[in-house]
Design a protein around this ligand. Structure first.
Ligand code: PMP
Length: 344
């Protein structure tokens, strides 16, 4: 007898990048340069008030994000990481039997969220170049489809879809289906042909853009992400969000981080420069590394993935192996990347 749903047994668990004391962690797509200036002070000051609940409406931060993005704050919802916002989005859009279409391999949280929110996952295999196959994804849309996710750039392969193909795809998606653009890694995009989803498609009522402060903005440990959708979709998400899940510390930290945009940019530029250097070096050994627009890259090693990760670990570097498929390596500091390349 089981006290929980038997179908959960078949569900792969979310595997976090491992933190091993003393080892270099290139496994969770974090930016390695510490909290942005002002964040520690803002959180420290906010902590004095933690006997009170935070502002449930997240008013100041939503206004600030809205202002930055040039949208009305009605269109913004925040949550406990953008991963939580995906869960809320599935819940507001899908009834039992409804379908969510996404690429595979992509972000490993999608199938977990799908399985526990009654949505049926429809996975569309990536192209041979490890990128979204947008034509096949559009073909996979049925009467039951409620959401189609485009992860741009894609985790874990790093690939990105360009404007012309995304234009054509979005034009093909029926108006009653949500296009969820997962832009967790937007800040690392350097190719001008990879569209800013909000700028290009934000005026379409069925487009929702999800972003996070975990990566470029250095707040992974405080858990805060945001979503921009139509006023109706954003209000629905705010209605079902776990109450107070954007914590007092997260709200204070986010406001401080947003004040440090120039420093965020400088750090992202360092990561991008390292990305070029490291991928170039890796391709001398593994020419099949796909192009990346993110702060990580993909090694399509198939069956050798686990052994590759184990060998790196013996050299003190933790990377993320996706069993039987590939290895994802986060860009770290120059010294950390040198340790990885040395072990390679
Ligand atoms: N989307 C993608 C593609 C991600 O890789 C991640 C983080 N691994 C997220 C969303 C969620 O990030 P967070 O919950 O930290 O905001």
């Amino acid at each position: 007898m089981s006290l929980t749903r038997p179908d959960l047994d078949a569900l792969p668990a979310y595997v976090p990048g491992r933190s091993v004391p003393g080892a270099i962690k290139l496994a969770s797509n974090e930016v390695p340069y510490g909290p942005l200036p002002g964040v520690v002070e803002a959180v420290t000051a906010a902590v004095a008030g933690v006997h009170r609940y935070p502002d449930m409406g997240v008013t100041e931060l939503r206004a600030r994000l809205a202002d930055r993005l040039g949208v009305d704050s009605e269109r913004v919802a925040t949550g406990c990481g953008s991963v939580a916002l995906f869960e809320h989005l599935f819940r507001v859009a899908c009834l039992p039997g409804d379908e969510v279409v996404y690429a595979w391999r992509s972000f490993e949280a999608y199938p977990i969220i799908g399985a526990t929110t009654a949505a049926k996952s429809v996975r569309v295999p990536n192209t041979g170049a490890h990128a979204h196959d947008l034509n096949a994804m559009a073909d996979a849309i049925t009467d039951r489809t409620r959401i189609v996710i485009v992860c741009n750039p894609n985790n874990p392969t790093g690939t990105a879809v360009r404007k012309a193909e995304l234009d054509a795809f979005i034009d093909r998606v029926p108006a009653n289906v949500i296009v969820a653009l997962d832009e967790a890694y937007r800040e690392f995009v350097t190719d001008p042909d990879v569209p800013d989803g909000l700028r290009e498609y934000g005026d379409r009522p069925n487009v929702v853009v999800l972003r996070t402060l975990s990566k470029a903005w250095g707040l992974a440990g405080l858990r805060i992400g945001y979503l921009i959708g139509s006023p109706e979709v954003a209000a629905a998400v705010r209605k079902v969000v776990t109450p107070f899940s954007t914590s007092l510390a997260a709200q204070a930290a986010a406001l401080a981080a947003l004040d440090a945009e120039a420093e965020m940019r400088r750090r992202v530029d360092l990561v991008v420069a390292e990305r070029t250097r490291v991928v170039e070096a890796v391709r001398k050994v593994y020419p099949d590394v796909p192009e990346t627009q993110s702060n990580f890259f993909w090694l399509p090693l198939g069956d050798q993935s686990a052994e590759f990760a184990a060998a790196q670990e013996r050299a003190g570097v933790i990377v993320r192996s996706f069993q039987g498929d590939g290895v994802r390596v986060t860009i770290g500091t120059p010294e950390e990347n040198d340790a990885f390349l040395g072990a390679l």
